[in-house]
Design a protein around this ligand. Structure first.
Ligand code: SP5
Ligand code: ZN
Length: 356
């Protein structure tokens, strides 16, 4: 299988994130992509290729221009304002109660602040998502990795894997968050719709609900979003990801969430996966975008499910058994000791190779 990877992700190099108000060691670190690349290179069955640049147009097909502008300007603005930190994180967010009783039109007309701290909250979801000097460049390259993976599949590959970093599925049209800046999978899905005119399904198996992907396609019937994740009553992103979120308007029925119980094991998870795959099988289209996270692993430091490496091999096998072409894009997964092996197992399963 072809693997798209570049070391340009290294520009986004958080050392700490803030969690419940205190600095803690960052989870979404440079080493994540390196251990996956090393495991795939060591396997011998994967061909690592570099991404090509695709510009901002495919990003703007999905994201608000204001978000793109903010992310590009954020670090220079922080420097100019003499924010004496080596990373930028907001402390004020325009949360729902602030606007209670005010009309949608009135709220939509509130102006973006000028101060970079206010802007960071304006375009952000949470305080665990530090912006570093090279974050914008890295996030742009993660999109190029995703779009280059799409190019491979449109050119005839049965499946290809994009080693995206930073990840993307928490990023909404007008919001970054959850270690994500641009929604790589949503941009990829939109690019496939634009190129083929077909419907596209997105299968999200990261432990966290992909609130950003759900938001982007909420009212669209041409992109089906199906997600398995820890119940948001327990885990980030907390406010979306429940089973009753099915989409609205033309998108009604094109959003399916499968919240999973605490410590769900391979058997429980794979049974839910089968239901999710049946839903995808019912949908027309020939390409599935997979938002692939390994934070469902039993040892993951921030997840609360209990999958194993053998479970990932079986998951890859079952997803490929759909018989659709796969654009597989990396999302989360934070147990550095097993991350490479888990990716290798999943992708080998998807290729019909043994667990190795
Ligand atoms: C793509 C993805 O998996 N994003 C996950 C975002 C989770 N955000 C909340 C994390 C809070 C945990 N912080 C503790 C960090 C210790 N390293
Ligand atoms: Zn995750």
């Amino acid at each position: 299988m072809k693997v798209v990877h570049t070391d340009r992700h290294r520009g986004h190099d958080p050392q700490v994130e803030t969690y419940l108000g205190v600095p803690v060691p960052a989870c979404e670190v440079v080493q994540r992509a390196e251990v996956i690349r090393d495991a795939l290179a060591g396997d011998g069955g994967f061909e690592i290729t570099a991404p090509t640049e695709h510009g901002t147009e495919p990003i703007l097909a999905v994201h608000d221009a204001g978000l793109v502008r903010f992310l590009e300007e954020a670090w220079p603005a922080a420097v100019k304002q003499r924010i004496e930190r080596d990373f930028l994180v907001a402390d004020t967010y325009p949360t729902r109660g602030m606007f209670s009783g005010m009309s949608d039109a009135f709220v939509a007309a509130r102006p973006e602040p000028v101060a970079v701290g206010g802007r960071t909250g304006w375009w952000g979801l949470d305080s665990s998502n530090p912006i570093r000097p090279g974050s914008y460049d890295a996030a742009r390259w993660a999109v190029d990795v995703a779009l280059s993976t799409v190019d491979l599949v449109l050119a005839g590959e049965t499946a290809a894997y994009g080693l995206c970093r930073p990840p993307g599925h928490h990023a909404a049209a007008a919001m970054a968050g959850g270690y994500c800046f641009f929604n790589n999978a949503a941009i990829a899905a939109q690019a496939i719709v634009a190129a083929t005119g077909e419907r596209v399904a997105i299968l999200d198996v990261d432990v966290h609900h992909g609130n950003g992907t759900q938001q982007i396609f909420w009212r669209r019937g041409d992109v089906l979003y199906v997600s398995l994740h820890a119940d948001p009553k327990r885990l980030y992103p907390f406010y979306l990801g429940h089973a009753d979120e099915v989409g609205e308007g033309p998108g009604r029925g094109a959003n399916r969430n499968y919240p999973m119980p605490l410590r769900a094991d391979d058997e429980t998870y794979l049974a839910a996966l089968d239901s999710a795959l049946e839903r995808i099988d019912d949908e027309p289209g020939s390409i599935v975008v997979v938002s692939l996270g390994f934070d469902t692993f039993h040892l993951d430091p921030i997840g609360d499910l209990a999958l194993t490496t053998a479970g990932y091999h079986e998951m890859g096998r079952r997803v490929a058994a759909l018989g659709r072409r796969l654009v597989i894009l990396q999302e989360g997964g934070y147990h550095l000791g097993a991350l490479g092996e888990n990716a290798r197992a999943w992708l080998r399963g998807a290729e019909g190779r043994s667990a190795g």
